[in-house]
Design a protein around this ligand. Sequence first.
Ligand code: MN
Length: 192
Amino acid sequence: MAASNSLREYNMKRNFDKTSEPMGKINSSDREPIFVIQKHDASTLHYDLRIQVEGVLKSWAVPKGPSTDPKIRRLAIPTEDHPIEYARFEGVIPEGEYGAGTVMVWDYGTYRNLKDEKSMRGALNDGEATLWLEGEKLHGGYALIRTGKPETGRWLLIKMRDEEAKTGIDITEERPESAISGLTLEEIASRQ
Ligand code: MN
């Protein structure tokens, strides 16, 4: 499978003697695919959206995080594939290591591909995927759309118009805590 080498960049960027992040191994399963959004307090605070596609987590950095408002488009920049085990990683990446800073599992759950006629990989290759998220915080349809030329590497994450859309709230402000531990970024950082 083409995915078999896709964690090479992830592994090369990290020294696993120094960071407690998991080593990258391809992991396929028949269960519902998972998604995770990690809040990452690195050189600049951002959110990392990761979705399970064929044994790895396809990843995007979302500087402002997700919105529940269909009128708000959030920039999403593709980053290297991550191993499935990374979805549960919450902790501190040491100073001097790639992505140094605190990582929180901000949201976690499963998703469904809303394009019946296409695999998720096919939809992503075409630059337009729609997912139904069942997370702790995020629910409902989200679109991931590539804008401009493929090589610009710019995508948009947009809430779809459905019964789970909510306007007038900022979900990242309203629910700042970890979806798996309930801890804040400061608490995760000081737990080390
Ligand atoms: Mn990150």
